[in-house]
Every structure is written in structure tokens, then in C-alpha cells.
Design a protein. Structure first.
Length: 643
């Protein structure tokens, strides 16, 4: 796929010009038929059509295209019209979703008036995929092995487009084939199919694609990011895990979600065997990933680690798993890169703030969720009982890799797990990277307080909470000391699926299939913890928690696994969807966004908790609304409950 996206712009120009309109060409009647025939007259033309299908892939690292990054409670932005990006999806978190002009509208086209900044109409590439599958037998010069692989690739990406829509809208129309141009108005009035039917269709597409996809990419220069067996099996396992989760497995909140045919669109009976099916799929995906050479990333294997302390390497393991280009943990990476927008808003401006965004700030709740150094929640850690989390403390020698000695900060920033130090930029912290790639020299310090920040404090470019997510900023991204120069961003492929994600889903699925957790459940979560220097779950809770029996019960282990996912996968746009599938958004997203008083310099004033915004999440918010104009065009479509 790297080859695909190097020529992306040229292909899209060709594609749009050739077919009259990128979004509406299939709505053009008979005159367009010769155009379709021409598109498949030879290999070159067919490949151009293939590029067009993949060009609609949403950019999961872009704050405008992935609602998971800005529509929840994991990151907040500042209210400033001049600070990019103020993405539309952020308005969902602020309670502005609506039916007339839905936000992050991936159902309707932009031409229909949807407020869909950054969004694509994904029904278009789904229809394009059907056209491709109907016509790919036509090119006379396309070799059979290539035709077979292209068919598998298109089925894979069609499945992913359906999954992207499924997470947002739930029940969907299923287009196994395109509706003929000659269809009557009644035949065009499609229905939404049930959750179970949509899941089975996505899985069937992936099952059809898997045999004809390669185990791994051999041409690393031109084909990185192209679909593989591990990618397809990982996506299948992810889909089945969603299907087994409380949102989609016996969700009685949707008992009255019934269409005009009398079909209940959400399954009302909880089926535990769905978890077993998910577990089986996850194990198969993990085994194939291992066979293909995927493994948890170790920053100690990089050339930059030679002179680093063990603590810095452990902190960099989780950060490197995201930003290290094509590291072995990445099962599916977006070969287009495109992480610069996210990096810009997450990067702490080392020498100045103006023009360097740093406007994406994790709320205090997210900072507090990371474990103590003992690998348990700080409110459960025996060593933290009676400790004032927000009490002032001066940086000491014991933390000199992560906190500037002599800098006044707070207890919350001390004695935390390595993933905290690898993921979060905080007041008084030390910053590995940005031109400092050894930790035996003075690392950059990151003061978030007004007037302490290098270059001054800019009201348009600062963290709204007093934190930034360093995890998503490449350590080679840096900034010149020259006045008014922007940072130089080191782009990387965004990990759509990485191995740690599969490990934690597998632990979750196994826990749900068993009466009580056992060694199999602990094994895969402990692999992830060990990579960041933590002991296993059972040992950590037994030795350091006021709730030592928590990992011994199914419900206790469920909570541990959920928190482990929120820590390990923080800032990757996954928490937002996890909370939805667990039906926990109402619990987490009805709490205020909290941060520090970032306009103050005195630590006594800076470290006063501010309620920045009061989140409000209702049951209707679990699913996106379909735009009203779409319902008026098709009387068989039914709106999502509450809208």
C-alpha cells in the first residue's frame, strides 16, 4: 500500500476526472457504462480503480478524521479559532451532535450538507469495491495470481469500511452487489440489517480474503501497508470481540429498535459463546502474527538505545511501539503517514510556543489512570494510602531521568510506572527526544506554567490541561532554536492494529469465557506489562494492592484488563471505542474534564484543579445519528434510538 499512497494524489485526480465525480459517479445512468468498461480494459486502468477504493481509507491519526481522538474524554483542546485544528469531531464531546448536519458524518456525502470535516462518504468506496469485483476479470494483461490477490485486498478493505461504519451506526444496509441502474424506486429503498447480520457479513468478507493474502510483505520498498493474512485475521478478531461485547451482545437498551419489517436490529439475548468465538479468532490472529515475525517492540533493539539507561528504555518501549517506523509490533500500519497534525498538537514546544500547537491535552483523569511504579492503580496501592496526590514535591535524584532535579512539581508525577513517563509530558518533566537522544546529558525540561515556558506563554498555543501526550510524538521530531521557526516533524506510519492490542483483547475474551481467571488469562496481559517493567497482575496485586484478591475474580479481572487497555493504548484513539463497546461511556463521560490552572506561574496557584468542561453523555450517544435528509430519501431507513 505504500506504493498506492505515493501516487495517491495523481490517482485521485485521474479517478475523479475519469469518472466525473468521486462520490456520485455510480449515480450517473447509462452514459457511465462505457466508462466502467474502459476502467478495466487493462491492468494499468484496473490498478487505478483499485487505488481509488483504497484512497477513501480514513486517516486514523488525524484529529479531523478519527473521532476516537477528540470525541471522548482522552484529550481536550483549547477554544481558539486560530489554533489548528479545532476538529469538528471535538464538537461531539461537547454535546453538539445533531441530525440535521451530523458531525463526523461518514454516512452521507459532504455534498448533502453534512458537517463532515475530514469525513469520507464510505458507501462510495463500498460500491466501488463491488464494481471492482464484478469487472476485475476483464483486464487481458492481468496475471491470475495478481488478480486473485487484488480481489482479496478489495474484500479486506470493504470489510474495514463496513467495520468503521458499524462502530458508528450499528445496523447497516448490506450491499453484497450494487443495485442495478435500472432498479425501480422501491428497489433502491434499502433496509438496515441487524447487528448480527452485519457482523457475519464483515467476517465472511475477511474469511474469503484470508487464503489469498500473503503472510508478510516481501517488497518492503513498495508494498509496506498492503493487506496481509495477519492484518485480515486481526481485523476479524477485532470485529468478533466487538460482537461479543456488552454493546452488541444482549443489549436490552435497544429492545424497541425495530424496523418496519418487525426485525429487532440489536440481539436481545446474551450469548456467551460469542466470547469463545472471539477468543478463538484472537488466538489464530496472534499465532499468524507470530509466524509472520510480529513481536512486542523493544526500544533496546534500536541504534539509539546504546547509551540509554534501562529506565529510559522501559519508558520508550510503549512510545516506540507507536512511533518507530514499521517496528515489528505493527500488524497494520497506515503507510501514508500523516501523523504530523497530531504530533503538532501534542508536541511540547521546546524553544517557543507560537506556531507549535501543543493544544491537545490529556485531562487529569487520564493522567491519574496510569499505575504506580508497583503496577497497580495509585488509589489501590498500599504505598499511596494517605498521600496527597496534588501535594507539592521537589524533583530528586531518584527520578532524575524523568523529572528535573530541584523543580517543584507534585506527588502525582513521582513513583509512577514507566508507561506514564513514556506517554505523558508534564510540568517539570524531562523530555527524551527533540534533539536529545541520550539521557546522560541534560534533557529538555517541560514547564507548563505561564512565564516559565521557553519563549513565553502564548494564549493561542498551550495545553488546556497542563499536559501533552508525548507518546505520539516521534523522538526525532525536533525544533530549531531560530526565532519563529516551527518544529521539524518526523512522520511515521500510524499503527491501526498492533500486537499489544490483540494480546489484551485475547486476555479479555479468555476472562469472559471462564468462571474464574487462570494462568491463560494472565499470560497475555502479563506479556504487555513485562515489556514496560511491571510484574504480573497476580503478583502485583498480591504484593502492593489493598485489594489483593481483585485478579482472582472474573469481575475484578475484567476491570483490570479494561484499565490495562486504557493505559497501554492511551492516545491511540482506542479508548473511545472500547468505552462504547463495554457500555461504559455513560460512566466515564459524565465527569468533568479537569486540568491545572495553566495561566499561573506560582506552583501553589498552578496546581489548583480546574473544571474545564462538564461532559454529558446520554444513551443515544452510543450511536451516530443518520442525517435527516437521508431518511427522507429512503423511507425504509430507521433512525438510531434517541435521535
Amino acid at each position: 500500500m505504500k506504493k498506492y499512497f505515493f501516487v495517491f494524489v495523481l490517482i485521485v485526480i485521474y479517478y475523479c476526472t475519469f469518472f466525473v465525480s468521486c462520490s456520485d459517479y455510480l449515480d450517473v445512468v447509462p452514459d457511465n457504462i462505457p466508462t466502467i468498461d474502459h476502467a478495466f480494459q487493462n491492468r494499468h486502468e484496473a490498478e487505478g480503480f483499485l487505488f481509488g477504493i483504497f484512497s477513501n481509507l480514513p486517516n486514523s491519526s488525524h484529529l479531523n478524521e478519527n473521532p476516537g481522538l477528540t470525541s471522548g474524554d482522552e484529550g481536550w483542546l483549547i477554544e481558539n479559532a486560530f489554533a489548528f485544528p479545532n476538529p469538528m469531531a471535538w464538537r461531539i464531546a461537547k454535546g453538539e451532535q445533531n441530525t440535521q448536519s451530523p458531525i463526523a458524518n461518514y454516512w452521507s456525502s459532504r455534498q448533502s450538507g453534512g458537517d463532515s470535516q475530514g469525513a469520507h462518504r464510505l458507501w462510495t468506496p463500498i460500491r466501488d469495491a463491488n464494481v471492482f469485483l464484478d469487472n476485475i476479470f476483464k483486464p487481458f494483461d492481468l496475471e491470475e495470481h495478481e488478480r486473485v490477490q487484488w480481489i482479496a485486498e478489495v474484500k479486506f478493505i470493504k470489510a474495514y469500511y463496513y467495520f468503521w461504519l458499524f462502530r458508528m451506526y450499528g445496523p447497516l444496509p448490506i450491499f453484497k452487489e450494487n443495485i442495478p441502474i435500472s432498479a425501480s424506486p422501491e428497489e433502491v429503498q434499502v433496509f438496515r440489517e441487524s447487528v448480527e447480520e452485519v457482523v457475519e457479513y464483515i467476517v465472511s468478507l475477511l474469511d474469503e480474503s484470508i487464503p489469498d493474502l500473503p503472510l508478510q510483505i516481501m517488497d518492503l520498498f513498495s508494498d509496506l501497508g498492503r493487506p496481509t493474512k495477519p492484518m485480515a485475521l486481526a481485523l476479524k478478531a477485532q470485529v468478533l470481540t466487538y460482537a461479543a461485547s456488552p454493546m452488541y451482545n444482549g443489549n436490552t437498551d435497544y429492545a424497541n429498535f425495530i424496523d418496519s419489517r418487525g426485525i429487532i436490529l440489536f440481539p436481545q439475548e446474551y450469548k456467551p459463546d460469542k466470547w469463545q468465538r472471539a477468543a478463538d479468532a484472537l488466538k489464530e490472529a496472534i499465532d499468524i502474527a507470530h509466524e509472520a515475525g510480529h513481536e512486542l517492540f523493544d526500544f533496546g533493539t534500536t541504534s539509539y538505545s546504546k547509551n540509554l539507561s534501562e529506565s529510559t528504555i522501559l519508558a520508550m518501549n510503549v512510545r516506540g511501539a507507536v512511533v518507530e517506523r514499521w517496528n515489528p509490533e505493527v500488524i497494520w500500519g497506515d503507510s501514508r503517514g500523516g501523523t504530523i497534525v497530531y504530533q503538532r498538537e501534542a508536541f511540547f514546544g521546546i524553544y517557543r510556543k507560537h506556531g507549535t500547537g501543543m493544544t491537545y491535552g490529556p485531562p487529569l483523569t487520564i493522567v491519574e489512570q496510569f499505575y504506580s511504579k508497583n503496577g497497580v492503580p495509585i488509589d489501590e496501592d498500599v504505598d499511596w494510602q494517605g498521600v496527597d496526590w496534588y501535594g507539592l514535591k521537589i524533583g530528586d535524584n531518584a527520578h532524575n531521568r524523568f523529572i528535573r532535579e530541584g523543580f517543584t512539581t507534585i506527588n502525582l508525577h513521582f513513583n509512577r510506572e514507566y508507561r506514564f513517563y513514556g506517554s505523558v509530558t508534564f510540568d517539570g518533566g524531562l523530555y527524551y527526544g527533540a534533539g536529545k537522544i541520550t539521557d546522560d546529558k541534560d534533557l529538555h525540561v517541560t514547564p507548563f506554567r505561564a512565564n516559565l515556558q521557553p519563549g513565553g506563554f502564548y494564549t493561542a498555543y498551550h495545553s488546556p490541561t497542563g499536559y501533552n501526550p508525548k507518546k505520539v510524538v516521534h523522538y526525532l521530531t525536533t525544533q530549531s532554536t531560530v526565532a519563529n521557526s516551527d518544529a521539524t516533524y518526523y512522520d511515521y506510519q500510524w499503527p491501526i492494529i498492533r500486537l499489544a492490542d490483540l494480546y489484551l483483547m485475547y486476555a479479555e475474551a479468555l476472562n469472559e469465557t471462564k468462571g474464574i481467571p487462570d494462568a491463560d488469562v494472565y499470560e497475555y496481559i502479563d506479556k504487555v506489562r513485562k515489556r514496560s517493567g511491571l510484574d504480573g497482575v497476580a503478583e502485583s496485586w498480591q504484593n502492593h494492592s489493598i485489594k489483593p484478591d481483585k485478579p482472582l475474580t472474573k469481575d475484578g479481572m475484567r476491570k483490570i484488563i479494561q484499565r490495562e487497555r486504557m493505559i497501554e493504548l492511551a492516545f491511540e484513539g482506542i479508548r473511545f471505542w472500547d468505552l462504547r463497546r463495554w457500555k461504559l461511556s455513560e460512566e466515564y463521560m459524565n465527569k468533568p474534564i479537569r486540568g491545572w490552572n495553566v495561566y499561573e506561574t506560582d506552583p501553589n496557584e498552578f496546581y489548583k484543579v480546574q473544571n474545564i468542561f462538564d461532559l454529558k453523555f446520554e444513551k443515544k450517544d452510543y450511536l451516530w445519528p443518520i442525517q435527516t435528509s437521508e431518511l427522507l430519501k429512503n423511507k425504509n431507513l430507521i433512525q438510531n434510538p434517541g435521535w
